[in-house]
Structures are given as structure tokens and as C-alpha cells.
Ligand binder design. Structure first.
Ligand code: C2E
Ligand code: MG
Ligand code: MG
Ligand code: MG
Length: 282
């Protein structure tokens, strides 16, 4: 019976438009329950140093461990959490989980120096959101230097002035800031240089048909050079093939995050190094 239940997913999963109301109701109720019962779990994906294969940084990616339906991806529920006013409690649960994991890693895996955590564009619309995440990190005794906040370009479009102020606050606390999905939106490069951004995460769409044509390679080389000249680290996302990895190595891309090394996994399955010949020569 348990098995049968697992396969029977709510209509929401099929994104059928005419069931939107029903699934919205189901989703809101289930999400509230999930947050109450702390069903949100965090997976980690390594950001591998391109030349050495070492892992000092990882990204935290939320997963909903649903008691009946198993692991649910954020693509299915983040948007709903935002619409139902549940994104802040969700963020706080993720931050809390990451802090506990960092405590563990500080004891057992000295190589992990930093975890990046995704923030919703809505985060910056709550006046006390930054205080809440900062307090939580302090309460756990985690040095802010061990956390990087990832935000997307869409967060920045609306109110750059106010955004800049909030980012400076986080920077002053000692956190780093990453710009996620860079190149997918509309940032102007000069405006970018005015913000305290420490890491650029090159959007995975750049990996489509890459290496491919010279043009394709030149654009990516330009992004890598731009990051370097602006004093930012660069993480190339969505790297899946050996050809892509080799091309990015030649271009001196700093960090690689992608299935070629490891999918997001529970902390216990995370690999801390890809330096053994077997992994580096994939
Ligand atoms: P993101 O922050 O851009 O995260 C990268 C996504 O790309 C992850 O999907 C990851 O599993 C996937 N990915 C990694 N390597 C590869 C690859 O080689 N190829 C391909 N095709 N994909 C790859 P995931 O975990 O499903 O997360 C999707 C999005 O959900 C994230 O995109 C992020 O925007 C959002 N998200 C995840 N966790 C959180 C969270 O805790 N809070 C908030 N607000 N959003 C989150
Ligand atoms: Mg991210
Ligand atoms: Mg991304
Ligand atoms: Mg994203």
C-alpha cells in the first residue's frame, strides 16, 4: 500500500492549468504542514576548484522530504512558498540546517570553508529579513565568512539603490554575496561593479552547445575575464561533459559546479576532493 501511495502524486506535479486552484490549496496546506514538521532538508553540491579538483565551497539546495511523495525539488514549491508568504520561514529552516551542518563540518571536514545559500528575490522586500538570517547565523556561532548569499539578477532590477544598501550591510557582517544565474537576465556590467558582489555564477544556459563554435567560447571567455578584472570569483554552473570541463580549464575558469563532478547530495554523500586520477580524468 505504501508503495502504491508513493507513485500516486498530486495533480500539481503535472502542472495542469485547470487544476491550478485545487493544487494551490493542496500546496499551501502541505507547505505549511511541511514547515511545521520541519520536512525541509538540504542537499549540497560541490563547487570544484577547476585546476586542483579541491572542494572548499558547496551550494545548499533545498529538498522537501515529503512523508508520502518522497524527495520534491525546489522548482516545484519555491514559487508557491513565495506566493503564500512562506518564503521567510523556509529560508530560515534552510539557514538553520546549514548552520548545523557547518558545525559538523568544522569538526570533521576541515576542507569545507563556505556554503552558499539561495535567497528569494522577495527576501529583500522584508525589512527585517537580513537581521533574521544574520541573528540566526550568530546564534549558532558560525562565522559569517563561512556563508555566501546567492541572489539572482531579478532581485536587483527593481530597486538597485535599496538593494545596494542591504548588500553592503551583509558584506559588513562578513558574509559574501554571489550573483546567481548570471547572464540569464539583464544586468548592466557597469552597475554590477557598483555592488558588493564577490562571486559570479555563470548561468547554466551558457553550457548549451558549449564548447561548440568559437563565438560561444569567446562569450564565456569574456565573462571569465570580466569577473577576474572586477575582482570576483567565477563559478561555471551546469557543466556536464568532459569536453566542457577541458575547455573551461583552458580558459582559466575558477570553479566548476555541475553533474560532471557530483549532483546535489545529502551531506553524508558529498565528495570533498576530485583530485584522484580517476575523477579528474573523467
Ligand atoms: P540554482 O540556485 O541556480 O541552483 C542550481 C540548479 O542547477 C540546481 O537545481 C542544481 O541541481 C542544478 N544543476 C547542478 N548541476 C547541474 C548540471 O550539470 N546540469 C543541469 N542541467 N543542472 C544542474 P535545483 O536543486 O533543482 O534548484 C533549482 C533552483 O531552486 C535553484 O537554482 C534555486 O534558484 C532554487 N532554490 C534551491 N534551493 C533554494 C533555497 O533554499 N531557497 C530559495 N529561495 N531557492 C532555492
Ligand atoms: Mg544558486
Ligand atoms: Mg544558478
Ligand atoms: Mg536560480
Amino acid at each position: 500500500l505504501a508503495h502504491a501511495k508513493q507513485q500516486e502524486r498530486p495533480l500539481f506535479f503535472y502542472e495542469e492549468k485547470n487544476h491550478q486552484d485545487l493544487s494551490d490549496e493542496w500546496m499551501e496546506m502541505s507547505l505549511r504542514k511541511a514547515l511545521q514538521n520541519k520536512e525541509m532538508d538540504v542537499y549540497y553540491q560541490p563547487q570544484v576548484k577547476t585546476h586542483s579538483g579541491e572542494v572548499h565551497k558547496v551550494e545548499a539546495l533545498v529538498r522537501w522530504q515529503h512523508p508520502d511523495y518522497g524527495v520534491i525539488s525546489p522548482g516545484v514549491f519555491i514559487d508557491a512558498a513565495e506566493r503564500f508568504g512562506l518564503i521567510m520561514p523556509l529560508t530560515l529552516q534552510v539557514v538553520e540546517k546549514v548552520c548545523l551542518q557547518l558545525k559538523e563540518w568544522r569538526k570533521t571536514a576541515a576542507s569545507i570553508q563556505r556554503v552558499s545559500i539561495n535567497l528569494s528575490p522577495l527576501h529583500f522586500e522584508f525589512v527585517d529579513a537580513n537581521c533574521q538570517i544574520t541573528d540566526l547565523v550568530h546564534r549558532h556561532g558560525i562565522p559569517p565568512e563561512m556563508i555566501e548569499w546567492e541572489l539572482t539578477e531579478t532581485s536587483m532590477v527593481e530597486n538597485l539603490q535599496q538593494m545596494a544598501g542591504q548588500l553592503l550591510e551583509l558584506e559588513k557582517e562578513g558574509f559574501s554575496i554571489a550573483l546567481d544565474d548570471f547572464g540569464a537576465g539583464v544586468s548592466s556590467l557597469t552597475r554590477l561593479q557598483e555592488l558588493p558582489i564577490h562571486t559570479l555564477k555563470l548561468d547554466k544556459h551558457f553550457m548549451n552547445k558549449f564548447p561548440g563554435s568559437d563565438k560561444k567560447q569567446q562569450v564565456i571567455q569574456l565573462m571569465i575575464t570580466f569577473a577576474e578584472l572586477s575582482g570576483m570569483e567565477i563559478v561555471c554552473e551546469g557543466v556536464e561533459t568532459k569536453e566542457q570541463l577541458d575547455a573551461l580549464r583552458k580558459m582559466n575558469a575558477g570553479f566548476i559546479q555541475g553533474y560532471i563532478f557530483q549532483h546535489p547530495v545529502p551531506a553524508s554523500e558529498l565528495k570533498y576532493s576530485f583530485t584522484e586520477g580517476r575523477d579528474m580524468t573523467l
